[in-house]
Unconditional design. Structure first.
Length: 92
C-alpha cells in the first residue's frame, strides 16, 4: 500500500510540473505584438499601449484603454469605442 501512495505522489508531482510548464509556455505565446493607439474624443486625447497575440487584439485593447480614460459613463464608452483611432503604431 505504501508503494502505491508513493507512485500516486510521483504522478501528481509530474502532472503539476507539466501543467506549470504549459502555463508558462502559453503565456509567452499570447503576447507576440505590442501596439500604441491614440484616440481623440470630445476634445481630449489619450495614447495607450497594449500587447496581444494578434495586431487586431492588441490595437483593440489599447483603444479600449484610451476610451476608458476619455469617457464618463457607459454611453460615451460605446460611442468612443466605435470611432477610429487617430494614430496606430506597432512597438514590437
Amino acid at each position: 500500500m505504501a508503494g502505491k501512495s508513493k507512485q500516486v505522489q510521483w504522478i501528481v508531482g509530474i502532472g503539476a510540473v507539466v501543467f506549470i510548464g504549459v502555463l508558462i509556455v502559453s503565456s509567452f505565446h499570447q503576447t507576440k505584438v505590442e501596439y500604441e493607439v491614440c484616440v481623440d474624443f470630445k476634445g481630449g486625447s489619450h495614447c495607450a499601449t497594449a500587447t496581444g497575440s494578434t495586431a487586431e487584439e492588441a490595437t483593440r485593447a489599447a483603444h479600449d484603454i484610451d476610451c476608458e480614460f476619455l469617457t464618463h459613463g457607459r454611453d460615451e464608452v460605446m460611442v468612443c469605442g466605435s470611432i477610429a483611432a487617430t494614430s496606430t503604431r506597432q512597438i514590437h
